[in-house]
Design a protein around this ligand. Structure first.
Ligand code: LLP
Length: 434
């Protein structure tokens, strides 16, 4: 039985898959394939849920920062910015894109475990709101770039609380083996805090942690609140410094397949807030403003990718391959993580699913697979295939392997479809070649 996962997906009377009230077969005809479509209204609804719930349950000033590594192009910064979200950027390229979109960089946090001197100078001079400072070398470099610019740069310190989000258990050493941040359990986080407090051109505003991604339970976040508030209390006791921001990173899970549970963002935030107030009271600290950095839960289920079928190959007794005109270049997640996706024959969505197949791309690489063990109505050349829930970490992780141009991103809102990122051309592919 076809499970379309989300309310903006349905099957029309013509048997076609509809997305955000658009006939996907007509979209494929108009914009070509492969192409990615983003339901802007759904993105906005997700932003609003975060903004409203954080305003309702968390201390005043708390703010969601869209983790733009999930999806980065100019228009998405405009959309999330207009909904009152800040952003999390992880590279000068994302910073440049946000700035080019007119995003207010005061509401941006700059992440990364190895920001170069050039990155740091660029971000300080751009007026970035906060660095999520990762290590001692970075603190010194930010301090001197800020001194040269004649400013006091706000920072958060990235620490690792030692939580394994997959088992939902606190473990004492889990955070130690990470390339990001300073571990609380080794005492390194405290040393870094002390260093940050000693540097004249740095203003330490609080602490950051990110425990993982695609997390369905709220318990690991509540554990993080517990560990982070204990850390804040210890730093207050030792250095007399009260952190006023606690950034808990991103990570809320989304449904890719029918067996995935639904996560209620509002309910998660309500429970995180309740834990925060209890912990702060018990530990004698003022509840800090909270930042969250949702990426996937803002854009993943607002996106689909459409492809055109080129061939159906049956290998009797082995398996069947359906080849489409995209693949690991626009969605490397199955190749990298064996990520599960829901696949729909958008041209014949209501028909009986009678073909089990491997959905593969067009790259010259056997591992170029979008999904295995897919059950769909048997397609033929020219049919449109939809892969659902591709809004996060697809376009942003796309490549030009095999010199395949990246697909366009089309934003759908009401009855309006507009290209936000055009399809790359062959000229684009040779633009940097001398
Ligand atoms: N904040 C920080 C510091 C992060 O490292 C991440 C994700 C986020 C926020 C956003 O997490 P989200 O809400 O999207 O779960 N490429 C992988 C995901 C990598 C996530 C990296 N960090 C994938 O395709 O599943």
């Amino acid at each position: 039985m076809l499970d379309l996962l989300y309310p903006d997906l349905s099957v029309g009377e013509n048997g076609h898959l509809y997305f955000a009230s658009f006939d996907t077969v007509a979209l494929a005809r108009e914009f070509g394939t492969p192409a990615m479509f983003i339901d802007e209204d759904r993105v906005r609804a997700h932003c609003r849920e975060y903004v409203c719930a954080m305003k309702k349950y968390l201390p005043a000033g708390s703010m969601p920062m869209f983790a733009s590594k999930a999806l980065s192009f100019k228009e998405i910064y405009r959309v999330v910015g207009s909904e009152g979200m800040g952003t999390d950027i992880v590279s000068p390229g994302e910073l440049y894109t946000a700035a080019a979109a007119g995003f207010d960089l005061k509401n941006a946090v700059f992440h990364g475990n190895n920001k170069t001197d050039a990155d740091i100078v660029y971000a300080v001079n751009s007026g970035i709101g906060y660095f999520a400072a990762d290590n001692a070398e970075e603190l010194y470099a930010v301090n001197s770039a800020a001194a040269r610019a004649g400013v006091r740069q706000k920072i958060l310190l990235r620490v690792t609380p030692g939580i394994d989000p997959h088992t939902h258990k606190k473990i004492s050493t889990g955070g130690v083996d990470s390339k990001f941040g300073a571990a609380i359990s080794t005492g390194d986080a405290e040393k870094l805090a002390s260093l940050a407090l000693s540097l004249g051109n740095i203003e330490l505003c609080g602490f950051h942690c990110h425990i993982g991604s695609q997390i369905f339970e709220v318990t690991p976040f509540i554990d993080a609140v517990d560990i982070m508030t204990s850390f804040i209390a210890r730093v207050k006791q030792e250095f007399g410094y009260s952190a006023h921001i606690l950034n808990l990173g991103g990570g809320f899970g989304v449904r890719y397949v029918k067996d995935d549970p639904s996560v209620s963002v509002t309910d998660n935030i309500r429970q995180i807030a309740s834990a925060l107030y209890d912990d702060c009271r018990d530990k004698g600290i003022d509840p800090p403003e909270v930042m969250l950095e949702p990426g996937r839960s803002i854009v993943a289920d607002a996106g689909i990718t459409l492809y055109t079928v080129g061939s159906v190959k049956e290998i009797p007794g082995v398996k069947n391959y359906v080849s489409v005109d995209g693949g690991m270049t626009d969605n490397p997640r199955y190749t990298l993580y064996q990520s599960a996706y829901t696949v729909v024959n958008a041209s014949a969505a209501a028909d009986r699913a009678d073909l089990e197949c491997t959905l593969c791309g067009r790259c010259c690489e056997s591992g170029d697979i979008l999904q295995e063990k897919v059950l769909i109505p048997r397609p033929s050349r020219g049919d449109i295939i939809a892969v659902l829930t591709t809004g996060a970490y697809n376009y942003s992780m796309a490549s030009n392997y095999n010199r395949i141009p990246r697909p366009p991103v089309v934003m759908l809102s009401g009855s309006n479809a507009r290209v936000a990122v055009r399809r790359e051309t062959y000229e684009d592919l040779v633009r940097c070649d001398l």
